[in-house]
Design a protein around this ligand. Structure first.
Ligand SMILES: [Zn+2]
Length: 148
């Protein structure tokens, strides 16, 4: 999760909402990603998707069985779909997202029995650190808007 936080800080330094993710296989980081939909003009460029793409390219496989994904914010529905398609075994997230989180906050898509792949999901790892990165980003943005 420390490595995912580094990615989140990278996003923040690009003026993107600071969310970061890494994919781990056998204890080794094989994919990294940070949130960058604005800079890439790409609504799908969430940290999880970027990390999955990086890991899949590195392994030369569109599926990532046995891999774990660490992400600083609870995944959204789109990322949950990408996680399922990639066959990630375990997801660990930091802060909860009461507006778009599908790891139990809005709904729990990971526990939906009608979907065919299931990743185990755990939330709350370094949640305070992950969450305060987001809240200080939004506070700074609000301050800028007030000044402008
Ligand atoms: Zn997402």
């Amino acid at each position: 999760m420390r490595a995912a936080l580094e990615q989140a800080r990278e996003a923040g330094s690009c003026d993107e909402v600071p969310v970061g993710a890494v994919v781990v296989l056998d204890g080794e980081i094989i994919g990294r990603g940070f949130n960058q939909p604005i800079g890439r003009h790409d609504p799908t460029a969430h940290a999880e998707v970027m990390a999955l793409r990086d890991a899949a390219a590195r392994l030369g496989n569109y599926r990532l069985p046995g891999c774990e994904l660490f992400v600083t914010l609870e995944p959204c529905a789109m990322c949950c779909g990408a996680i399922m398609h990639s066959r990630i075994a375990r997801v660990v997230f930091g802060a909860r997202d009461p507006k778009t989180g599908v790891g139990g906050s809005v709904i729990d898509l990971f526990a939906e029995p009608r979907l065919n792949h299931h990743a185990t999901v755990e939330g709350g790892m370094l949640a305070d650190e992950c969450g305060s990165l987001l809240s200080s980003f939004f506070a700074a943005r609000r301050r800028r808007t007030l000044v402008a």
